[in-house]
Design a protein around this ligand. Structure first.
Ligand code: HEC
Ligand code: HEC
Length: 300
């Protein structure tokens, strides 16, 4: 019976609406990759690549199941939409990034795009890596290229309706992905600016330490005020006013916490992914760790 409520004309109008809706969706969710001319000529610096590989935390997600120190991918990564299997980042030409150009790599790291144009799931924190200098991004690629290639085919993610979600991410990127590059603050010290860059770009600290809006984009009005805990219970602590709240005496104290964590009795440095982050930070030079601590302790 109820079908007869729709006259033929109404059905026609509805069909038209649906088709134009799909068309708008298709256009608005299209990928917008960089083109070759956007990528500057680059001389690789492997030391710098290693540094950014470490602070970027690539190994925390891209470790292989066989060897936790090799970024050949495959270790399951649980997210609210399902289990992801971060892919192989080694230079194996078939199963890794061996055939990727610099352009392909920058498009993945800063636009969240696979070389075929598919949108990547932002569990891969390209939303933060987008703020990095392109030279630092390209040095990470050079570092990865120099590692021994490991054959390890990517496993399929265990996510329902993944192709539709991928396409829909094109819409989400209008609000969720900010391409603004890091800008130094001339009123602050060189080390503070270094810390600000490491924290907000490669370190992707805000991905966990900032709450999200209802659209799952970073709520920048509440930057570093703490977020939902990745393990579901409790909260990721706020990074604001750490000294006022008596968490750390000063930046030196926080450096020790980053370097030693619970071994020296510092709590709140292990659960919810922070243990991995701390380990990655502790691989940096003393001056970079101090820069991160100086910046974090300045957040009021
Ligand atoms: C928090 C976890 C996480 C971290 C940290 C992370 N990744 Fe990923 N990465 C992922 C996941 C998950 C995917 C798969 C995304 C998808 O399939 O849409 C991915 C995908 C990628 C891709 C795209 C591969 C492809 O075939 O499309 C590249 C390149 C990449 N990551 C490089 C890196 C580098 C370099 C770093 C460190 C600077 C890094 N990732 C850090 C989780 C992470
Ligand atoms: C994967 C999510 C995640 C990322 C990324 C992350 N953190 Fe954390 N962080 C946490 C969680 C969860 C805790 C609390 C851990 C605990 O209680 O054991 C924490 C704790 C901390 C603390 C201790 C706070 C206190 O009250 O003592 C500091 C400082 C901190 N993080 C700094 C950083 C910095 C700097 C970065 C970036 C380089 C970063 N975090 C990236 C999840 C994250």
């Amino acid at each position: 019976m109820s079908l007869y409520i729709f006259s033929k004309r109404k059905l026609g109008a509805l069909a038209l609406l649906a088709v134009s809706g799909l068309l708008v969706f298709w256009v608005a969710s299209a990928p917008h990759p960089f083109v070759a001319a956007d990528i500057p000529p680059h001389t690789a610096n492997l030391e710098n690549g290693k540094l950014f590989y470490n602070i970027g935390g690539c190994i925390s997600c891209h470790a292989s199941e066989a060897d936790a120190a090799v970024p050949a991918g495959g270790k399951p990564f649980a997210t609210p939409i399902g289990v992801l299997y971060p892919p192989n980042l080694t230079s194996d030409p078939k199963t890794g990034l061996g055939k990727w150009s610099n352009l392909d790599f920058v498009n993945a790291m800063q636009k969240g795009l696979h070389p075929d144009g598919a949108h990547l799931i932002p569990a891969f924190p390209y939303t933060s890596y987008a703020n990095m200098n392109v030279d630092d991004v390209l040095d990470i690629k050079a570092y990865l290229d120099a590692l021994p290639p490991v054959k390890n085919a990517s496993k399929q993610h265990d996510v329902m309706a993944l192709p539709i979600i991928r396409r829909g991410l094109g819409l989400w990127k209008w609000i969720g992905l900010n391409h603004a590059k890091f800008m130094a603050d001339s009123k602050q010290s060189t080390s503070w600016n270094r810390g600000a860059y490491l924290v907000n770009g490669p370190g992707h600290c805000s991905e966990c330490h900032t709450p999200r809006t209802i659209f799952m984009s970073s709520n920048t009005a509440k930057l570093f005020q703490g977020g939902p805990h990745p393990e579901g219970k409790g909260k990721v602590p706020s990074l604001r006013d750490l000294s006022g709240r008596g968490r750390y005496k000063d930046a030196k104290d926080l450096v020790l916490a980053f370097q030693n964590g619970e071994e020296l009795g510092y709590d709140k440095m292990s659960s919810g992914g922070m243990g991995e982050v701390r380990k990655n930070i502790s691989k940096l030079s003393e001056s970079d760790i101090a820069a991160i601590a100086e910046y974090v302790m300045s957040l009021k």
